[in-house]
Design a protein around this ligand. Structure first.
Ligand code: BT5
Length: 264
């Protein structure tokens, strides 16, 4: 990554400070430290590689040098703007922004696996990690982390994966510019952040939802939690499932994973 060239291009966008690194542990951790030091709103933390990239629930995220996007976006919602029920939409904000770019600009057949994965042709190309920082009951900052596999070399070894992964290069059959892709994703994030409270975010998330009307299992690291048919995403970002008895229940993001029921 030529940091000067990337900075010059990204300065065209209404972002805060740009913190561009060749290598960090985790961009989300770096962003957290920068928030403590007063990073301005809409700042972007970007790294060419991560040595300790994080997923949810203590899982890792692999970012091979020079082949992926690993970013964290710093948001300071105005007091009162983010009601608690909107916090459940943050993973959707990141996923919808990435999904729309892949679908509309690159004409890829993308979908969103609730709560935080972007799939292309059923394989994971991106993961979203929203982290909300509090001081007591006061919301201090939101850090929206996004990892996206771009070039072929970004693909982690199979042993590292809980779910099949892919890269955009494999799906498109050609290499694309990481910088232009990043630019398009940041434009899309800026657009969707304005719509965080609007029905259009949930409607778009629903239209992109993977496994809709299909039977799935929800599990936690402790084991299976529920089975049911995927009905859709609720206003608060939770997932609505109908179980075998016809009962409709909602599940909130966090501990939940989703996989197709094996009907064999
Ligand atoms: C996620 O977690 O999918 C959220 C990943 C967020 C990563 C970004 S990168 C920038 C920012 N800084 C960070 O430190 N993190 C964020 P989860 O749903 O828990 O998925 C994690 C699982 O995905 C791992 O346990 C692996 O099985 C798999 N995985 C790891 N690296 C991957 C990759 N590059 N591509 C696809 N799958 C991967």
């Amino acid at each position: 990554m030529d940091i000067d060239i990337w900075r010059q291009r990204l300065e065209e966008l209404p972002l805060g400070e740009l913190y561009l690194f060749q290598e960090v542990g985790s961009t989300n951790s770096e962003a957290e430290a920068l928030v403590q030091k007063g990073a301005p709103p809409f700042s972007l933390v970007l790294a060419d590689s991560q040595t300790a990239g994080r997923g949810r629930q203590g899982r890792g995220w692999i970012t091979e040098p020079g082949s992926a996007l690993a970013l964290s976006w710093v948001l300071y919602p105005e007091p009162g703007r983010i009601q608690p029920e909107l916090l459940g939409r943050l993973a959707g904000l990141g996923a919808v922004a990435v999904w729309e770019v892949l679908q509309e600009i690159y004409q890829l057949s993308a979908s969103i696996k609730w709560p935080n994965d972007v799939l292309v042709e059923g394989k994971k190309v991106a993961g979203i990690l929203p982290e909300v920082h509090w001081d007591g009951c006061q919301l201090i900052a939101i850090i929206l982390g996004i990892g996206l596999n771009v070039h072929r070399e970004a693909l982690p070894p199979d042993v590292e994966l809980l779910f099949p992964a892919a890269t955009l290069e494999e799906c498109l059959g050609k290499r694309i510019s990481r910088l232009e892709l990043l630019f398009q994703i940041m434009e899309s994030l800026l657009k969707w952040y304005k719509r965080l409270a609007e029905p259009s975010l949930i409607n778009t998330w629903n239209s992109a939802l993977a496994y809709r009307n299909q039977a799935v299992v929800l599990s936690t690291p402790q084991g299976e939690m529920a089975q049911g048919e995927v009905l859709g995403i609720n206003e608060d970002g939770s997932l609505s499932l109908r179980d075998q008895t016809g009962l409709v229940q909602s599940y909130h993001s966090g501990e939940i994973q989703i996989r197709l029921v094996d009907r064999s």
